[in-house]
Design a protein around this ligand. Structure first.
Ligand SMILES: Cc1cc2nc3c(=O)[nH]c(=O)nc-3n(C[C@H](O)[C@H](O)[C@H](O)COP(=O)(O)OP(=O)(O)OC[C@H]3O[C@@H](n4cnc5c(N)ncnc54)[C@H](O)[C@@H]3O)c2cc1C
Ligand code: FES
Length: 259
């Protein structure tokens, strides 16, 4: 598990501007919310959450944002990548009336847990928050699960005009939600946590990772919580005690980067 397996890319699909899904054969079990370390030969190894889970095939969905993701974006069907993992804890599916709030590429990793919830026939609403309508992806895939899908755009080009967390606040005031799941920009997730009050909450965090197996300490948040091992999914009670949640992350050199 801690050594990469080298495998060919099975499919490579453009989902929206600068967003791609690639799939690969991976017959092992993976839980929604877990992540792989993806090695792009000659470039880097980066964490990527699983966005597609079938028995034999798994997928990741990512934004072309920097050196590693740019190189990954260029790869085609048949090109090879290294995969190690899966790592992390994954979501715990609890509650009877669920709200999922995804922002940007955070949408991708929420889809498998929505699909899991819908297989159990749990009523759910999903908010997809993007900056502008051409960044929207996985809307049809989510609608096919029978979940209620709402879209928010920062610029108002589609759906609700504003942040996904603001739309979520309105829903939390109107509907009887008993569990909130989120992944997206950390400031959005920390606002959402403050709106949830006593409603249980699970959020997926991203931190710069090196080992992904709890040894190097690079991904620590709060008082020594390792995102790679203790997370990446943390509950609301834990996050309320993490002083850096929604405030800053650390870069590869350990410098604080404000959100
Ligand atoms: C557990 C986990 C799961 C992840 N899952 C996904 C996923 O499913 N899809 C996806 O697109 N990305 C995901 N990421 C983030 C992804 O790993 C980074 O975007 C990637 O490492 C960027 O690498 P790069 O070399 O392309 O960019 P870099 O050249 O390293 O950075 C480019 C820009 O992106 C910023 N950046 C880099 N990493 C992060 C980060 N972790 N958070 C915020 N900003 C960052 C940098 O500050 C810089 O401005 C995940 C991260 C973690 C920790
Ligand atoms: S990445 Fe090394 S401890 Fe988490």
């Amino acid at each position: 598990m801690n050594h990469p397996i080298i495998i060919p890319i099975l499919t490579s699909t453009i989902e929206a501007t600068d967003i791609k899904t690639i799939t690969f054969h991976y017959p092992g079990d993976v839980l929604p919310g877990q992540f792989f370390m993806v090695w792009i030969p000659g470039v880097d190894e980066i964490p990527m959450s699983v966005s597609q889970i079938t028995k034999r095939v798994k997928g990741i969905t990512f934004r072309n944002i920097g050196d590693a993701t740019r190189a990954l974006y260029q790869l085609k069907k048949g090109d090879h990548i290294g995969i190690r993992g899966p790592y992390g804890n994954g979501f715990t599916l609890i509650g009877k009336r669920l709200l999922f709030v995804g922002g940007g590429t955070g949408i991708a990793m929420l889809v498998p847990v929505v699909e899991q919830a819908r297989k159990k026939k749990l009523p759910s609403t999903v908010i997809l928050g993007v900056k502008t309508k051409n960044q929207l992806f996985f809307e049809d895939r989510l609608r096919r699960t029978g979940t209620t899908v709402l879209v928010s755009t920062d610029d108002g080009s589609l759906g609700y005009k504003g942040f996904a967390s603001d739309l979520a606040k309105e829903i939390l005031q109107k509907e009887k939600i008993d569990m909130v799941y989120t992944c997206g920009p950390e400031r959005m997730m920390s606002s959402l946590l403050s709106y949830c009050k006593s409603i249980p909450f699970q959020a997926s965090l991203e931190r710069y990772m090196k080992c992904a197996i709890g040894i190097c300490g690079q991904c620590c948040v709060g008082k020594g919580l390792r995102v790679c091992l203790d997370g990446p999914i943390f509950d609301g009670a834990t996050l309320k005690k993490v002083e850096d949640f929604g405030i800053y992350r650390r870069d590869a050199a350990g410098r604080k980067i404000l959100f």
